[in-house]
Design a binder for this molecule. Structure first.
Ligand SMILES: [Mg+2]
Length: 163
C-alpha cells in the first residue's frame, strides 16, 4: 500500500496486456497490483486496501462479473472499472446494476482509461467522506446521551459496516 498513490488492482487473464497496462499505469503514478484471475483479485482486496480495480470480463475461473460482485459486496467504497474485449450493451447494463463505476472496451486509449480511473477514485473519496460526515453527526448526538454503556454500544454500531 502506498499512501500518496491511488492503489489500483488490475485483473486480466491476458498476461502481455496485464504487464503492459501495469507498466503504463505505474509510470503515471498509480500503485498497481496485477493478478490474472478473479479469485486472486478478491483475495488481494481482502489483504490490502484497494481504491479502484480494473476488471476484465472473460477469464478462466470466476468471471469478471462475479469478481465485480464479490469486490463490491466486501468493499463498498472500492470502485470498479470494467475493461473488456467483449463489450455488449446488456453486459454493460448488468455490470452497472451490480455496481461497476464504468465500462470500457478494448482497445482503450490510455488517456481514456486514466480519466475513468481518476473519476472512479474521486467517487470513492466522496462516498467515504459522506459516510464519515454522517458518522460525525451521529457522534455529536451520542456525546450528549445517557450512560457510558449506551454510548459504547452506539459507538460500536457506528463502526459496523466500515469498508
Ligand atoms: Mg480475458
Amino acid at each position: 500500500m502506498k499512501k500518496d498513490k491511488i492503489n489500483l488492482l488490475i485483473v486480466d487473464d491476458e498476461e502481455q496486456f496485464l504487464e503492459s497496462i501495469s507498466k503504463s499505469l505505474e509510470l503515471r503514478d498509480f500503485h498497481v497490483i496485477a493478478v490474472n484471475r478473479g479469485d486472486k483479485a478478491v483475495e488481494v482486496a481482502k489483504r490490502q486496501p484497494i481504491d479502484v480495480a480494473i476488471v476484465d470480463l472473460k477469464m478462466p475461473g470466476i468471471s469478471g462479473e462475479e469478481t465485480l460482485r464479490q469486490l463490491k459486496k466486501e468493499h463498498r467504497f472500492l470502485e470498479v472499472v470494467i475493461l473488456t474485449g467483449h463489450g455488449a450493451v446488456q453486459s454493460a447494463v448488468d455490470c452497472t446494476k451490480i455496481g461497476a463505476f464504468s465500462y470500457l472496451q478494448k482497445p482503450c486509449e490510455l488517456a481514456t482509461l486514466i480519466e475513468a480511473l481518476l473519476a472512479a477514485y474521486k467517487q470513492k473519496v466522496m462516498n467515504h467522506r459522506q459516510i464519515e460526515e454522517k458518522k460525525m453527526e451521529k457522534l455529536l448526538q451520542i456525546s450528549t446521551s445517557s450512560s457510558p454503556r449506551d454510548i459504547l454500544r452506539r459507538l460500536r454500531e457506528l463502526d459496523e459496516g466500515e469498508d
